[in-house]
Design a binder for this molecule. Structure first.
Ligand SMILES: [Zn+2]
Length: 253
């Protein structure tokens, strides 16, 4: 009954042993892994993997950094393709203004990112499915754009925004998905304290954000997150597991 609502099982990190990773998850009672595409090629690979493994559910999207790499025409074509599929969610989408190895241009293509993000929100609304949002160094813009859209089936994934923004997201009815590195990340513990249990979900962002630094992450690590949420909220592990599973069912099914 454990759920990982945000992972990237199509990444090369799993190319040699995906079956074993999935078997291990199954044996530990992980029943759903939502695997998120980050560009056209990733979306196709995600589709193939989800046909092969029933534990995997597809979310299709465009990681914000990749938006500027494609023409608007190509982007719109991908939206049309997504409409023909049956994704469980739209993801990974959002905004990223952080200058890093995977985003050397920072917010240079901000306008393009915003345009793409708005199209993805409209797509989620049209399909009536949740949207899984990445918001690195762009948390306020993300929350404001989502608020303006009026769309409510929103999951803020791995949210790094300040307490005030977490409060705003909670008031808007958004969900917050908590990654497996919560034990050493006080920020995510703050989110668990701020949000009611009814607006929390678990994720791993695997292969990233392992609870053990330097290691490849796996969806099985949602188990330790449930433990930590239980501890912070003062519920039993079993109560927490059930509540989080119900949240998943309510939002995604
Ligand atoms: Zn991700």
């Amino acid at each position: 009954m454990y759920v990982d609502i945000h992972a990237h099982m199509d990444f090369d990190d799993y190319k040699d042993d995906l079956s074993e990773v999935i078997e291990d998850c199954r044996s530990k009672e992980v029943s759903v892994i939502i695997t998120n595409g980050v560009h056209k090629e990733g979306n196709r690979k995600t589709l193939e993997l989800c046909k092969k493994y029933d534990i995997l559910k597809p979310a299709y999207g465009f990681y914000p950094v990749h938006c500027a790499e494609f023409s608007e025409e190509e982007f719109d074509k991908e939206i049309e393709w997504i409409k023909q599929q049956k994704p469980i969610a739209i993801g990974e989408v959002g905004l990223d203004y952080f200058i890093g190895d995977d985003n050397p241009d920072g917010d240079l293509y901000k306008e393009i990112q915003i345009k793409c993000f708005k199209k993805m929100i409209a797509l989620a609304e049209e399909l009536d499915i949740p949207i899984i949002v990445h918001s690195r160094k762009a948390e306020a813009d993300c929350i404001n754009i989502l608020e303006e859209s009026g769309y409510k089936k929103v999951v803020m994934h791995c949210f790094s925004g300040k307490k005030k923004l977490v409060k705003k997201g909670v008031e808007l009815g958004f969900y917050f998905s908590i990654p497996a590195n919560i034990d050493r990340a006080l920020h995510f513990q703050m989110i668990v304290n701020q949000a009611p249990i009814t607006q929390l979900l678990t994720e791993t962002d695997a292969p990233y954000l392992s609870p053990n630094p330097g290691e490849r992450n796996t969806p099985a690590h949602v188990i330790s997150t449930v433990k930590k949420i239980a501890e912070l909220k003062g519920f039993t592990e079993d109560e927490t597991k059930k509540a989080l599973y119900m949240n998943y069912k309510k939002l995604f099914e």
